[in-house]
Design a binder for this molecule. Structure first.
Ligand code: AMP
Ligand code: MG
Length: 477
């Protein structure tokens, strides 16, 4: 307990005006029990595993640190395209912040009970959704994609009702920020323009301190948010990740993946894949994510109209597509092991994606198998549908300069062997609901180093079984 007391500080956000948040304590779960602890992250925070029980009690709200006031953040947002003027942390608190190396990281507890922003909700999170968020943050991090990450997950026998009765859990997560697009939308649409500006100034001073010196620091802030978002979504596309609820209240201003709900990594490639049953129109389908990212940035940019000229906003918005396209192409080239430049590269990538779509090939396994095509020592069969394309691919590699083995290694460092498939998560959830956490341990090990062969866990790298398609995920969590 002593070690966390020394490092956990009241969040600087709590020193802003009360319009930005409400003071809020967690409502403890009864008899909480540890389900899993992220040892790697704990270690990065300089916290010892022996402190886990104490940490759990602190996150649960059973004990408090004097002078560290927890808060729930106030925000709005566009949900499925409709503006909702009042959202906010309805089931979470920003407990404080911890300095790790030269950065402050937020500590946020999710599932911690009702807040002034709970509206009709019970303030709780069920075990299954908490576990999905706990594991996926780490999976993203393992893939090199910016994300919130969780320190621990703990459960209880407290019952909450969704479609059926389930048990409540909490996660303690970290992120560079919990400020969302919807935080800016809130104050702009409420007509509180001074507050909006105050929030901009706060974000600049916290995350872009050098830019304080610039004349047009607001342009710089918006530009950063827009380009980071574009880059994040290119990252998602490159691993077949669907977020599922890209509402503006779930979009981090620092381009980190935030608020995991009914997300999914695509198994058999289908660009129009929708991972959220509540998304009947497919607004957040895989192929729509890049456009929605831009739509969300526009909704945010609109709130800057008192601070930046219309022309400037337009010019900043034009960076989205450029950044996205450049980043995605660079990622695909890297996934194909290509370092030289050739006019037909874009076509080569597009042809591969088309074949994957038509043949319904597994996204992760197809990319992982590409290095086998180049490996003369490899006898692994290439998928039938890829035969013609493989020939072009090999010929294209003839103009590469670097050593073939380094290209193979390069590809195996960007095309993961393991991905957090929904069915793997479902198995871990089913076991956890029965009180066994072994599967969580195995998944944690695999997603932490998703590029390693890990032959003893080969079955976790196989295609998803038929029943995986019947897993239905919705916003209810
Ligand atoms: P989400 O899309 O899950 O990020 O949630 C959208 C909004 O609903 C946020 O303001 C959440 O805090 C709120 N919310 C979601 N679930 C609950 C719940 N069980 N109780 C209270 N508020 C909730
Ligand atoms: Mg949310």
């Amino acid at each position: 307990m002593e070690s966390i007391k020394k490092i956990l500080k009241q969040h600087s956000y709590a020193s802003l005006n009360h319009d930005f948040f409400s003071k809020q304590l967690q409502q403890p779960l009864n008899n909480p029990f540890l389900i899993h602890v992220n040892k790697i992250l704990l270690n990065e925070f300089g916290l010892s595993e022996r402190s886990c029980e104490d940490l759990m009690l602190l996150f649960n709200g059973s004990i408090q640190i004097p002078d560290v006031q927890a808060i729930s953040m106030n925000y709005a947002g566009h949900q499925f395209g409709q503006y909702v003027p009042q959202l906010g942390d309805g089931r979470g608190v920003l407990l404080g912040e911890i300095k790790v190396k030269d950065k402050y990281l937020d500590i946020h507890v999710k599932g911690s009970g009702k807040t002034p922003y709970s509206r009709f909700g019970d303030g709780r999170a069920v075990l299954r959704s908490s576990l999905r968020e706990y594991l996926c943050g780490e999976a993203m991090h393992g893939l090199g994609i910016p994300s919130s990450r969780s320190l621990m997950i703990f459960g209880s026998d407290d019952i909450v009702y969704r479609e059926k009765s389930e048990t409540a859990a909490m996660i303690a997560r970290t992120a560079e920020t919990h400020i969302r697009f919807g935080s800016f939308e809130k104050f702009y649409h409420d007509g509180l323009f001074d507050r909006h500006k105050e929030l901009c100034n706060y974000a600049i001073s916290q995350y872009f301190p050098d830019e304080n010196k610039l004349n047009n620091k607001y342009s710089y802030l918006l530009e950063n948010i827009v380009t980071r978002t574009a880059s994040l979504i290119a990252n998602w596309q490159s691993v077949g990740f669907c977020h599922g609820v890209m509402n503006t209240d779930n979009m981090s201003i620092l381009g980190e993946t935030l608020d995991y709900g009914p997300f999914g990594f695509i198994d058999n490639f289908n660009p129009s894949h929708i991972c959220n049953l509540s998304d009947s129109s497919g607004r957040y389908s895989y192929q729509n994510q890049p456009y929605i990212g831009m739509w969300n940035c526009s909704a945010l940019a609109h709130t800057f109209e008192n601070l930046i000229s219309k022309e400037e906003i337009k010019s900043i918005m034009s960076m989205y597509e450029k950044t996205y396209t450049k980043r995605l192409f660079a990622l695909y080239k890297n996934k194909l092991g290509l370092n030289e430049t050739c006019d037909t590269d874009e076509l080569l990538v597009q042809e591969l994606l088309n074949i994957m779509e038509v043949q319904k090939l597994d996204f992760t396994r197809t990319f992982r198998s590409l290095s086998n095509i180049l490996d003369a020592n490899n006898s692994i069969e290439v998928d039938n549908g890829l035969e013609n394309w493989s020939q072009k691919f090999k010929e294209r590699h003839d103009i590469e300069i670097t050593d073939i083995n380094s290209r193979i290694a390069q590809m195996n460092q960007i095309n993961p062997k393991f991905i957090l498939r929904n069915y793997l998560l479902q198995n871990a959830i089913d076991q956890a609901e029965e009180g066994s956490y072994k599967e969580i341990d195995i998944l944690m090990k695999l997603i932490t180093n998703p590029y390693e062969e890990n032959l003893e866990y080969e079955k976790y790298a196989q295609k998803a079984p038929e029943w995986a398609t019947s897993i239905g995920l919705s916003c209810s969590s």
